[in-house]
Write a protein that binds this ligand. Structure first.
Ligand code: CDT
Length: 298
């Protein structure tokens, strides 16, 4: 069996003035805990090094200060070193500024001290222009380009690994692209405000929609998911917790209890993907792609 213990490290809030070194120290502490619980992989949230800065209007250098220009850089190197020392892989979300000046909401998979896979967020939520009526902004469409790497899948941990980021998890297309690519485990992080200003009548459904999206994606594609929240009251904005580990059957096998830094673990058997993929969602037998043209029409 291709089995290992996997961990999700939920983070509590990161203050606006909290230095990268402090966030990295928190991540390292959770990596140590995951390793002490025999985990082979730990998944950290989206934009795990800083406060969720798209809630503020920022320009020029004040914006670029939230981005990483190298990975690892001096502040993130301790994560790479600890991961190599302990023999534990990790998934990390961060804001990426490329040498060409391009901005992406990015996640990486690191094993043995090396970046093994990279993903750039495709489904950017929110709005481009600041909107004064909102209690807080969600300017991802202003600050990030649409990811240009597609939905890549990588070899690792004896299987095939994929990634997506936050809002991507709500889109069935994300999961189907990863499933068709052969992913057996999807790592993802999220920063999801409890309050959704354009449709506050849905605020009470935020935890439900989070779990629903991840569970449906796992079931319909026969894969595992490890979903890590940045949670709690961050600079006056409440973010949901509810980090979870979901099996290919769609069942939740571990879930965070609180809104702070918290490690959850579960035994992951990649061979269980075939319980679904050899049956109801046997793609080769049962898909009818000749009838799905609308899915790729612009
Ligand atoms: N970070 C992120 O993608 N958050 C979104 C909030 C949606 S409301 C603008 C999410 O899908 O959870």
């Amino acid at each position: 069996a291709r089995e290992f213990i996997a961990a999700v490290a939920q983070m509590g809030p990161i203050a606006r003035d909290e230095p990268r070194a402090s966030a990295v120290a928190r991540l390292c502490a959770m990596m140590r805990e995951a390793h002490a619980r025999a985990a082979r992989l730990v998944v950290f949230p989206e934009l795990a090094l800083t406060s969720f800065f798209p809630r503020w209007v920022l320009e020029g250098d004040a914006l670029d200060a939230w981005f990483e220009t190298e990975m690892p850089g001096p502040e993130t190197e301790p994560l790479f070193a600890l991961s190599a020392q302990l023999g534990i892989a990790f998934h990390l979300g961060y804001a990426e500024l490329t040498p060409e000046g391009r901005h992406f909401n990015t996640a990486i998979l690191v094993d043995g001290g090396q970046i093994r896979g990279k993903y750039r967020k495709v489904h950017l939520p929110g709005h481009r222009e600041p909107e004064e009526w909102r209690p807080f902004q969600h300017l991802e469409k202003r600050y990030f380009e649409t990811g240009d790497l597609g939905f890549p899948v990588f070899d690792g941990l004896g299987g095939r690994l994929g990634m997506c980021i936050c809002n991507d998890r709500r889109w069935p297309e994300t999961w189907r692209m990863l499933g068709l690519g052969g992913a057996e485990l999807v790592a993802l992080g999220y920063n999801t405000p409890l309050h959704y200003p354009p449709a506050p009548e849905h605020d009470h459904l935020q935890y439900f929609h989070n779990a629903l999206s991840v569970q449906a994606g796992c079931y319909a594609n026969g894969l595992w998911a490890l979903a890590a929240a940045k949670a709690g009251r961050e600079e006056g904005c409440d973010l949901i917790g509810g980090s979870l580990i979901v099996a290919p059957t769609g069942e939740i096998v571990a879930q965070a209890q609180g809104l702070g830094d918290e490690v959850i673990t579960a035994r992951v058997d990649l061979d269980r993907c075939s319980e679904i993929r050899r049956n109801i969602f046997d793609f080769a037998q049962h898909r009818e792609p000749q009838l799905y043209g609308l899915l790729t029409a612009a």
